[in-house]
Design a protein around this ligand. Structure first.
Ligand code: FES
Length: 99
């Protein structure tokens, strides 16, 4: 489990956090916080270094897009979904944990 302040999240900008040794990409979308595994399922690129368009995060390496809300791979070349992480927001505290 990883806890950080909600104020560390900038809408439209993904953030990388470590959850029990696993890199996780976190983003605030329409005021709601979502988290998926940071490593692109196509290869080894970091999704948090990519661009966020609405709820879609685009991998900077080959352009695959994942839906931050579900982890679903919506644009090739990635086909496997990114693992989703549990998000709990309590006031200013955001907790990310494995599901
Ligand atoms: S590594 Fe992400 S699309 Fe290829």
């Amino acid at each position: 489990m990883t806890i950080f302040a909600k104020s560390e999240l900038t809408p439209g900008t993904p953030k990388l956090v470590m959850v029990e040794g696993t890199p996780v990409c976190v983003a605030m979308i329409d005021g709601e916080v979502f988290a998926i595994a940071d490593t692109c399922t196509h290869s080894e690129a970091s999704l948090s270094e990519g661009e966020l368009n609405g709820s879609l995060i685009e991998c900077w390496l080959h352009g695959a897009e994942f839906d931050m809300r579900t982890g679903e791979a919506v644009t090739p070349p990635a086909t496997a979904p990114a693992r989703k992480f549990h998000v709990h927001v309590d006031g200013e505290d955001v907790t990310i944990s494995k599901i």
